[in-house]
Write a protein that binds this ligand. Structure first.
Ligand SMILES: *Cc1c(COP(=O)(O)O)cnc(C)c1O
Length: 486
């Protein structure tokens, strides 16, 4: 009894209606970006809007128009604010209009970048090769796009561990290591490195946090001491992780010095360049990251200083074979054929943790072609100059205090006014930052340096103008005075 099979699909029932909605969405999205300066940087999500996200599972259709309407009313207005010209929190890119279209186009063709023979692989290979050129690693290096710096660092350290271990860790596990491995970072290291070492099974204690100098850079003498002490104690030093642009202050380690040390000690040299690898594009500051090109592996972020929409990071590994040997695993259902759709010697899933992978390469490829890399270099210079200017404004204002040398594009400062105990100044600046955020005019973030709570502006922003910096200083002074008067 052969009944009629159903013929349902997710395609639109009414293509012209969806086309109209799509045109409206594009228009409203471009308006949103063009008018970004006119909105508050940040505003809290109202309770009535938050309540909309407690809805039961929608089992019956509401339709695309209704879903888009809800997005437009409830989601679009209450954003983080990192598209705004006066957002300087953490270390985030703005994104770009054409980059957003790139994500739309990638989702339209929707390939799975885990493997198979299709043109998407060429796009990603091209983009990864371009990243090698930016960083200065040989074209034969391994590499792939990942979600961001955290995953890039994880992949690189996994390769470093496998390559450096005395046993086959993939087969035997870390318990079989004759000597425990140690990893060397400065105290300014990003937390994702510690997460990576923990997840690789070595424990946070295997991470040696070496002191920094007065400019927050790796202290090489202390590193040498730690490595020889660990060797003497029967441990196995494995890798040194230098940072090109630390998250707290934007300082750049002496990468040439670290590279030379690692060569001499036969250690893996990894550079966390999530912030600063792309400074290699900046004509007047590229010497700061010299030595990065000698690394065994580099992590870089494209969604930070290159403003590709989230998510986009890249990991590069000089020894392509070691990279592949760490991640490649080919069961029958993923075997590579000689010809046809399943052909291709190298699948990106052989170089990382993910099997199914999105086409994030497309927005990178489109963005690089749209603007050219020289422009990104100029924008990086522009942000560095803006940070210097902000540092000068801070120093010129008697009530403010610069809390660290301005590293790259990061300015750490605080309101001091008439002064106070360390606790009073910490509490005052914490409250000051919250009022800045609630005011919606400017959005720096925060950090703590030597026990002092600081306001921290990371100017990763292609929309910031000089006048915005003066406004930040004005707002800090205005609110600081109100708070100090009590
Ligand atoms: C942001 C950052 C990371 C983590 O990168 P994500 O893209 O957020 O995963 C790692 N290291 C440094 C120095 C960073 O600034």
């Amino acid at each position: 009894m052969a009944g009629e099979l159903t013929q349902e699909t997710l395609d639109p029932e009414d293509w012209p209606a969806l086309r109209k909605l799509a045109h409206q969405a594009v228009d409203e999205a471009l308006d949103y970006l063009q008018q970004v300066r006119q909105r508050p940087v940040w505003q809290p999500t109202p309770a009535a809007v938050a309540a909309q996200f407690q809805a039961p599972l929608p089992r019956s259709p509401q339709g695309a128009e209704r879903a888009y309407h809800d997005f437009h009313e409830w989601v679009m207005p209450f954003q983080m604010g990192n598209t705004h010209p006066r957002f300087w929190g953490w270390f985030m890119g703005n994104g770009t209009a054409f980059g957003a279209l790139g994500d739309f186009l990638a989702a339209t063709v929707n390939p799975n970048m885990g493997g198979g023979n299709h043109v998407g692989n060429l796009v990603e290979s091209q983009v990864v090769d371009w990243c090698k050129e930016i960083v200065g690693l040989p074209q034969g290096s391994g590499g792939l796009l990942v979600s961001g710096g955290s995953m890039a660092n994880f992949v690189a350290l996994a390769v470093a561990r496998s390559a450096g271990a005395a046993v086959d860790v993939r087969a035997e596990g870390v318990a079989a290591l004759p000597k425990p491995l140690c990893f060397y970072v400065s105290t300014e290291v990003h937390s994702c490195i510690q997460k990576a070492v923990e997840l690789l099974g070595h424990g946070a204690k295997s991470l040696r946090k070496i002191p920094v100098d007065d400019r927050y850079r790796f202290n090489l003498a202390a590193l040498a001491q730690a490595v020889s002490a660990d060797r003497a104690a029967g441990l196995q030093p494995c890798a040194v992780i230098g940072t090109a642009g630390t998250i707290n202050t934007g300082s750049v380690d002496d990468l040439e010095g670290l590279a030379a040390f690692c060569r001499q000690e036969r250690l893996w040299f990894h550079v966390d360049g999530a912030i600063g690898a792309v400074v290699a594009l900046a004509p007047h500051h590229r010497q700061l990251v010299r030595g990065m090109e000698q690394a065994d592996s580099v992590a870089l972020d494209l969604h930070k200083w290159l403003h590709v929409p989230f998510e986009a990071g890249c990991v590069l590994v000089r020894d392509r074979k070691a990279h592949r040997a760490t991640f490649s695993l080919t069961p029958e259902y993923l075997a590579h054929a000689q010809r046809g759709l399943a052909s291709g010697a190298d699948w990106f899933s052989d170089y990382g943790l993910q099997l199914s992978r999105g086409f994030r390469a497309l927005k990178v490829w489109l963005s690089f072609k749209e603007h050219g890399l020289d422009k990104y270099g100029r924008l990086i210079e522009q942000n560095i100059a803006q940070a210097q200017r902000l540092g000068e404004l801070v120093c010129a204002a008697g009530e403010l205090e610069l809390m660290a040398p301005v590293g790259l594009n990061i300015v750490c400062f605080r309101y001091r006014g008439q002064g106070g105990t360390p606790q009073e100044l910490n509490a005052l600046n914490e409250e000051l930052l919250i009022r800045l955020h609630e005011g919606g005019v400017v959005a720096p973030s925060y950090t703590t340096l030597n026990g002092c709570y600081c306001l921290r502006a990371a100017i990763v922003n292609h929309r910031t103008q000089t006048a915005d910096l003066a406004l930040l200083v004005e707002e800090v002074l205005r609110i600081g005075r109100v708070l100090q008067r009590g």
